[in-house]
Design a protein around this ligand. Structure first.
Ligand SMILES: [Mg+2]
Length: 241
């Protein structure tokens, strides 16, 4: 009986030793390899009130860039065909995913049925008073609101945020404090960038609501929860004690 107990104890000790060596190896590997911007970058210690954002597009880009979901490298999605200009820094929040819980919230707020998540990380627009002309960068951002966008039956929320520490926009706490012209410009971009003049096709994109900070925080929480359920948080998977 005692022998069995000791055997069990040493098994546990071995497990802890193994977990510690895996943790050390994991930490060393993290220093040697660049993280995947979607899976390997932390959402941020103070999320959802402050989130890390990975920027794919800037207002000066004439080509649509996005992260290749498999490799994590930036790739050219397509050249912009027309005169649309992205009105703000645009990208996504790492470790988020728009699936069941995001779709559920969209249905609850719109009273509609049959909405699904767009199976992408949560999109974010970051307002910066200073020009930032480089994509493929991480930007700390403070969410102030968002747009409830539905694209072909898929929830495709756009969070609106300000650059952390921005000297001019930093005073805004909620999207209701932004000038209406700025909100209209952002909405116009998302509602029209897929349009092809003269082809007669109706693009099924709509924005049902512009919402404030509280709803933006709820969408971020849900997208993080959707991510954890679908992908897991890798540090928590590797380090089990
Ligand atoms: Mg999306």
């Amino acid at each position: 009986m005692f022998a069995l107990f000791e055997k069990r104890e040493s098994k546990t000790e071995n497990k802890i030793k193994m977990d510690k060596s895996i943790k050390e190896l994991w930490e060393k590997m993290s220093l040697r390899f660049q993280s995947h911007p979607w899976h390997g970058v932390n959402i941020g210690e103070n999320a959802p009130n402050e989130v890390m954002s990975f920027i794919e597009m800037t207002p000066s880009d004439t080509v649509k860039y996005e992260v290749d979901k498999d490799s994590g490298f930036m790739m050219v999605d397509r050249p912009q065909k027309f005169s649309n200009i992205m009105p703000a820094l645009y990208g996504f929040v790492p470790q988020t995913y728009c699936a069941e819980e995001v779709a559920e919230y969209c249905m609850e707020k719109t009273g509609r049925d049959g909405i699904v998540g767009d199976s992408d990380p949560l999109d974010i627009c970051v307002l910066s008073e200073r020009d930032i002309n480089q994509g493929n960068i991480l930007v700390p951002a403070i969410p102030i609101g968002g747009f409830r966008m539905i694209d072909g039956g898929e929830a495709d929320d756009k969070i609106v945020a300000i650059l952390k520490g921005d000297n001019v926009y930093g005073q805004w706490n909620d999207i209701s404090e932004c000038p209406e012209a700025l909100i209209q410009r952002l909405k116009h971009y998302f509602l029209t960038y897929k349009n092809v003049p003269g082809d007669g096709k109706k693009v099924e994109v709509e924005i049902t609501h512009t919402y404030g900070k509280a709803e933006a925080i709820e969408v971020i929480k849900r997208s993080y929860s959707d991510y954890k359920r679908h992908f897991g948080i890798i540090d928590e998977t590797v380090i089990t004690y």
